[in-house]
Design a protein around this ligand. Structure first.
Ligand code: KG4
Ligand code: ZN
Length: 356
């Protein structure tokens, strides 16, 4: 089974062709990602209107490249998948409409993929991880601890009530004048700093639920920075180190609780899986290893290029759904908001493809 996947929910224009073989292992035939970071950097974050226009300009050639690299015509595909949300609606419309056009012209099934479901299933493409597993998804837009029970079967064990982890890194970087995206820059500064210099809070630590709250941490950091301004290079490094330590401690506490809830509700997970750009952070990665070890399970960390937004994860989620007959009608709507809980196994009958 071979599927084309299109991703345009944020600031990456991406397309990929992925195959699932008889033994059910996945193979990436092409994976083209065009990052728009340089177009948004001057604004310190993603500008939705700029993103949507950039997707329109780039997508046709990105899809063309993905097909060319996979060395196959559209006619050889078994389905066309696109992220139909959640995300910036302008970009989602561009990707989903393109997928619909290809599906219509080529008379192929359309799979409208939930972007979070695609992150959730990536470990099965890279590592063949069996269900059920615990997913820690931490990106610029999302922070969730999920029980992944099966395709279309997700339970949210915890999530952020305000900022996402990546967003907190980005805002910290902006506050300290480091640039965008902030995560890697804060991590670099932190490596030169003293994590104990500033006593920042560990919001939500010790709570019985597995939720996160990061906006208070950001405020505490701002107050500390204001107290000692103007900041020396060492001050910036110490603030970054103290911030990263606080986030790491919070992630450890929340994940321990999340896994406790997983065991109580579902049983033993097969693995702890991470996804999203934040998993690239070495301090946080260490915490993930430690929590997995404590729980006697493996940490599955797909390579960074597949943890961040890409087309291969959309194609793979498309394959998983298509294999179960879960396809969508050509009038399926793009969605800015689309919680994973709302992704159900409800199959759309393949009316227009019934003849073959
Ligand atoms: O998954 P991703 O590439 O895009 C989406 O947000 O969908 O994640 C990007 C986020 C940004 O907020 C970025 O600052 C954060 O991941 N990030 C990091 C690191 N690398 C990327 N955060 C902390 N440490 C890093 N090394
Ligand atoms: Zn994402």
């Amino acid at each position: 089974m071979i599927v084309l996947g299109i991703e345009t929910t944020c600031d990456e224009t991406a397309a990929a062709v992925v195959e699932r073989r008889e033994d059910s292992g996945g193979r990436i035939l092409s994976n083209i990602v065009l990052s728009q970071i340089s177009e948004h950097a001057a604004f310190g974050g993603v500008v939705p209107e700029i993103a949507a226009r950039a997707h329109v300009e780039a997508l046709d050639s990105i899809v063309g490249k993905a097909m060319h690299e996979a060395n196959m015509p559209f006619g050889a595909l078994d389905g066309i998948a696109a992220a139909a949300g959640p995300g910036l609606i302008g970009g989602v419309i561009v990707g989903l409409t393109t997928a619909k056009a290809i599906a219509l012209v080529e008379n192929k099934p359309l799979i409208a993929v939930n972007h979070l479901e695609a992150h959730a299933l990536t470990a099965r493409l890279t590592d063949g991880t069996p269900f059920p597993y615990c997913l820690f998804l931490a990106s610029g837009g999302h922070t969730q601890i999920l029980a992944v029970r099966g395709v279309g079967d997700y339970e949210r064990l915890g999530g952020t009530v305000d900022d996402a982890v990546g967003e907190a890194f980005d805002k910290t970087a902006k506050l300290l004048g480091l640039g965008y995206p902030g995560g890697p820059l804060v991590e670099k500064e932190a490596s030169q700093g003293d994590p104990k210099r500033f006593a920042l809070p560990r919001p939500m630590a010790g709570r019985r639920d597995a939720d996160f709250s990061l906006s208070g941490l950001k405020t505490a950091l701002r107050l500390e920075a204001q107290k000692i301004a103007p900041l020396s290079d060492q001050d910036v490094a110490d603030l970054c180190a103290s911030f990263q330590q606080a986030v790491s401690d919070v992630v450890m506490d929340r994940l321990r609780t999340g896994l406790r809830i997983f065991r109580a509700r579902i049983g033993t997970p097969t693995a702890l899986v991470c996804a999203g750009g934040v998993a690239a952070n070495q301090a946080i990665r260490k915490v993930l290893h430690r929590v997995a070890f404590e729980n006697g399970i493996d940490l599955v960390a797909p390579p960074p290029a597949l943890c961040t937004d890409n087309g291969a994860m959309i194609a793979w989620a498309g394959i998983e759904r298509l294999a179960l007959g879960l396809i969508d009608p050509l009038d399926v709507a793009p969605r800015a908001r689309w919680p994973l809980e709302e992704v159900t196994k409800a199959a759309h009958k393949p009316s227009s493809f019934a003849a073959g």
